[in-house]
Ligand binder design. Sequence first.
Ligand code: NAP
Length: 270
Amino acid sequence: MSDLPGRLVLLGHPVAHSLSPVFQNAALAAAGIPLVYEALDVAPGDLKSMMGLLADARAAGNVTLPHKESVYAWCVRRTAIAERVGAVNTFWSEADGLVGDNTDVGGFTYAVERLLGRRPEGLRVGMLGAGGAAAAVCAAVEQWPDSQVHVHARTRERAEQLAARFAGVAHVVESEMHTVRGMDLLVNATPLGLDGALMPIAPGSIPDATAVLDLTYRRGRTPFVKACRARGLRADDGLPMLVEQGALAFERWFGAAPDREVMWRAIRAP
Ligand code: NAP
């Protein structure tokens, strides 16, 4: 760890709600790394100048909404998986500029393994939403043997574009019901269900055999996940994906694994 980044940042807009500084700073302290992980609220119009400052500072970091595609374009190189998703959530500095990766894909696969208790294989996945997180889900499903994802989104054109990009594994379906009927796993890749006002789909309509992974998260589980669990479904929220994408990013920055237990303890602390 001799070549530490000059700064370690999270770029987003907004970022005040993010839990990433909580568990990344706990992991940095536990590893004795003298850096502070800073959440930077960067409006889209300020991103260009910020990327220049970060390159000069030999920075590394994470990227969240709405900057993942823009930072992708700013990187001089990207890993194959970032190229596949078309978005960067993790970056670091090399001699010729910023290099981008996407650890959301690995984070998602980890969350599915944790929920199902086995490696994902031969899975029929239904997905609500067709945005950036949905692209990471499709890239993950593409890596799993013999698996398919059935996508429904309120903007059908977006679902069709996503399915065309991942033509080997992704198909558009007409209604929400087609994302649960006969499916092993339902993924909520919309922001719905986070505040409890609107659910992405009625929990009562999800078959008993369908596990639910809600990509949204909050401390103490989302109302959607609570409602799914209350009716006996296997269900989890986006925290395992969040922590794992952060742990994988830490490995990219420092070449060593963080203490994942320390990260979880920081998240669970009141
Ligand atoms: P995004 O690119 O903005 O895409 C959001 C998707 O949800 C789009 O398909 C959008 O449809 C749809 N949507 C938004 N509001 C809706 C509504 N009221 N009704 C129905 N559909 C709606 O966002 P994203 O980056 O994919 O993120 C989606 C969620 O995943 C967010 O809650 C985010 O926090 C979460 N996430 C979690 C992790 C993690 O590590 N756990 C990682 C990434 C993202 P339109 O195209 O019609 O707007």
